[in-house]
Design a binder for this molecule. Structure first.
Ligand SMILES: [Fe+2]
Length: 294
């Protein structure tokens, strides 16, 4: 099968595009790489855009983009998707630097945008804001976690990294422990979007910078059990939750375990089902606030 190789971008509808753009540039430190009448494109590193903002009545994540490899065949990938009974469409030049895009919906109604990256565009190192390395993962609330997880694995080629009991899956499409995570809660909606920072010192600077600009943490800092990433969560102006993280587990696919770290409890740390235990959420002990579940 052909597997997607990386998360490329996430597309959000927000009522106030200007305010959310200001947050992404001034606070997170992304770079505006393009604007058209419908959309603002924001980037961190080599991709023309990691985040796209469009005007909509409610704040929501409407699409997620994924790259296939340079030698992968998008036509063959489309046949693979259709083989699962999923309707697809193709769009020519729908977004800057994407000339041929395959679109279809996942079972919870989020649009999947799969393409081959043809053009790279290097961004300069921004002089203000948090400046993350990259878009790390997008997490969703879902009504049927088993069904949606199976879709990501069977149709897009994701692998299961870990589960929390039977209600929270963590899925990877590359070495990073998770790119998509799905938590069964009774609704289908965005949970949080996570950006990777350099290290613990960068996370500290980010928390201070957020605080100085009026953004309060809603959970963290802490260290997740599942994925072992250092984390801190806050809410963007549109109300969508942003996670900043560092030290996420990375899989050695040939050996079948995550790169060993002194904070691991399993040696080696392999994909597994974790008990619904406080340590799975935060090894340092503080549980999520109610604000995380809104
Ligand atoms: Fe996360």
């Amino acid at each position: 099968m052909i597997r997607v190789k990386k998360i490329a971008h996430a597309v959000y509808e927000v009522p106030d595009v200007e305010k959310q753009t200001e947050y992404y540039t001034e606070i997170l430190g992304l770079t505006v790489t393009g604007k058209d009448k419908d959309a603002v494109y924001l980037a961190s590193t080599v991709d023309h855009h990691s985040v796209v903002l469009r005007k909509g009545s409610a704040a929501q994540c409407t699409r997620v983009g994924f790259q296939i490899g340079p030698d992968d065949d998008l036509d063959a990938f489309e046949r693979q998707v259709r083989g699962h009974g999923v309707k697809t469409s193709r769009q020519k030049d729908p977004e800057p630097t994407i000339s041929d895009l395959l679109a279809f919906e996942d079972p919870k109604g989020t649009a999947m945008e799969v393409f081959k990256r043809e053009a790279f565009s290097g961004q300069r190192f921004p002089t203000k804001g948090i400046v993350p390395h990259k878009l790390g993962h997008v997490a969703f609330h879902v009504t049927d976690v088993k069904h949606v997880t199976k879709f990501y694995c069977d149709v897009l080629g994701f692998r299961e990294s870990d589960w929390m009991a039977d209600f929270f899956s963590f899925l990877r499409c590359g070495p990073d422990h998770h790119t998509i995570n799905l938590m069964e809660t009774g609704s289908n909606r965005h949970f949080h979007t996570a950006f990777e920072l350099r290290d613990w010192a960068h996370l500290q600077t980010a928390c201070d910078y957020l605080s100085l600009n009026g953004y309060k943490l809603i959970w963290g800092p802490g260290r997740h059990g599942i994925g072992h990433n250092l984390f801190a969560y806050h809410r963007s102006p549109a109300g969508l939750i942003t996670e900043t993280f560092a030290e996420l587990d990375r899989m050695n696919e040939d050996l079948g375990y995550f790169e060993p770290r002194p904070w691991h409890r399993d040696n080696p740390q392999k994909p597994k089902v974790w008990a619904k235990d406080p340590g799975a959420s935060n090894l340092w002990g503080i549980m999520p606030t109610d604000e995380m579940h809104k």
